[in-house]
Design a binder for this molecule. Structure first.
Ligand SMILES: [Zn+2]
Length: 447
């Protein structure tokens, strides 16, 4: 395929102007909706062809849905490219090298809140579409751009867009949203670069455990006060509460990483990849992130009870946050908690629950397309599936669209990944250019 497209210069300045609008969804009350409205107007300004050729619909206050009609013979479901334009707040006490909303461009780098999460990934989508439109390109399928303005506050913009498309009978063939990136050393013991592509995300559930007691003076306590009962319940929910289980994605991840890792380490990874039972045990034993990849985790986050130092507590509660592994359900998790607690006087109440997503396949045409586009933008970097621990807007599509992948085609060092939701968030201009190339290649190969 020949490629006549010359990317329009100025990508860094356009991202800079987006960063200068403080679209902080968690500070909507203080800042108002003006930055969000300004952002929508800025998009029209920066991407004239997108706004001339694509139809734009707004869903809820903060959801933008662009539709790019495919070639007349186009059949099958559309491609949906997702991103969000809201950002998380900046902690005033942090000192940034460049002010977080100044959009400073220096030494080939764009600095500021949102550079990586998620205005950088949004820019590379729009750049690719604008550049292709300039060439008169028509995609082989319909393409939707779905941008939400309240992802960071678990808002409903993306959920509503997913609902509207579903109601219209539109089932996406492929959905790409934020999540993984092109990273160095994807696992602590694996060197080299890899494009980590999230094929699913864990569910989240918060429960409270509570118990009531007799109360009374602390000088003659019964064996089990309310506080002791709840403490015992929390203690019974140790790391082994849920059985480890390695999903297909984990096996494929280890196989892919093993294929590019030399020597004995590579062989070990490939062996692990082919033995899910062993993988589950080994990762669980490693603890921390590896363990969280293979099991539902239980984290007690808050505990309270009692009113005075010398009074028996009449009630006590604990709050426990769970991340539900793929293939399990929140309902099963509640049953398991009750069984482990073994105390009918401890009440388990679900405060919030969202199910884990399904797992997207890696042996299909959609995953192969992502790998093909990657070969153009990031030659030699393998596409490696994994499971995300955090929630993304794409989960709303994953309820009815089977091929949903969480991947922003940007290079991110470990320090850069740590700067997301942190200090000194920044992206290299060269990484943005490769990201634009990725989406352009993806759109060109949709046929
Ligand atoms: Zn994000």
């Amino acid at each position: 395929m020949t490629d006549m497209t010359e990317p329009r210069p100025g990508i860094a300045d356009r991202l800079s102007r987006m960063i200068q609008l403080p679209t902080v969804s968690a500070e909507l009350e203080q800042r108002g909706t003006q930055p969000f409205e300004d952002f929508v107007a800025l998009l029209a300004d920066l991407y004239p062809l997108v706004h001339e050729k694509l139809a734009l619909e707004r869903h809820t206050e903060f959801g933008l849905l662009y539709r790019w009609e495919g070639a007349p013979a186009a059949s099958g479901g559309p491609l949906v490219l997702m991103a969000h334009y809201d950002v998380v707040p900046v902690d005033e006490s942090d000192s940034w090298t460049h002010p977080p909303f100044a959009g400073v461009v220096a030494d080939g780098v764009v600095y500021g809140r949102g550079a990586l999460d998620d205005k950088g990934p949004l820019v590379v989508v729009l750049e690719a579409v604008e550049n292709l439109l300039a060439q008169g390109f028509v995609p082989a399928r319909d393409v939707y751009l779905s941008f939400g303005g309240n992802e960071e506050t678990y808002g409903h913009a993306a959920e509503e867009i997913a609902r509207v498309l579903h109601a219209r009978g539109v089932v996406p063939w492929l959905v790409v949203d934020e999540g993984g990136a092109v990273v160095d050393a994807p696992l602590p013991f694996v060197p080299g670069r890899a494009a980590m592509i999230g094929v699913g995300e864990k569910g989240v559930m918060t429960v409270t455990l509570s118990a009531r007691g007799e109360g009374g003076h602390a000088s003659a306590p019964p064996a089990l006060t309310a506080v002791r009962r709840v403490a015992r319940a929390v203690d019974r929910l140790g790391p082994t509460t849920f059985r480890p289980h390695a999903s297909k994605a984990i096996g494929r991840m280890l196989g892919e990483l093993g294929a590019q890792t030399p020597g004995i380490q590579g062989r070990l990874l490939r062996l692990l990849g082919a033995a899910p039972l062993v993988t589950a045990r080994v990762f669980a034993a490693l603890g921390g992130e590896p363990a969280a990849l293979v099991r539902t985790t239980v984290a007690p986050t808050m505990q309270s009870g009692g009113t005075a130092a010398n009074v028996l507590p009449s009630q006590a509660t604990a709050t426990v946050n769970l991340r539900i592994a793929l293939g399990e359900t929140t309902q099963q998790a509640v049953l398991r908690l009750r069984r482990r607690i073994r105390d009918p006087l401890v009440t388990v109440r679900v405060v919030e629950a969202s199910e884990p997503s399904p797992e997207s396949a890696t042996d299909n045409a959609q995953f192969a397309l992502l790998a093909d586009a990657l070969a153009v933008s990031h030659p030699g970097v393998p596409a490696v599936p994994y499971v995300m621990m955090a929630a993304t807007d794409s989960r709303h599509f994953h309820r009815y669209a089977p091929a949903v992948y969480r991947f922003a085609p940007l290079d991110m060092s470990n320090a850069q990944r740590a700067s997301i939701h942190g200090v000194d968030e920044h992206v290299e201009i060269a990484a943005l250019e490769r990201g634009e190339r990725f989406h352009r290649a993806l759109l060109q190969r949709l046929g």
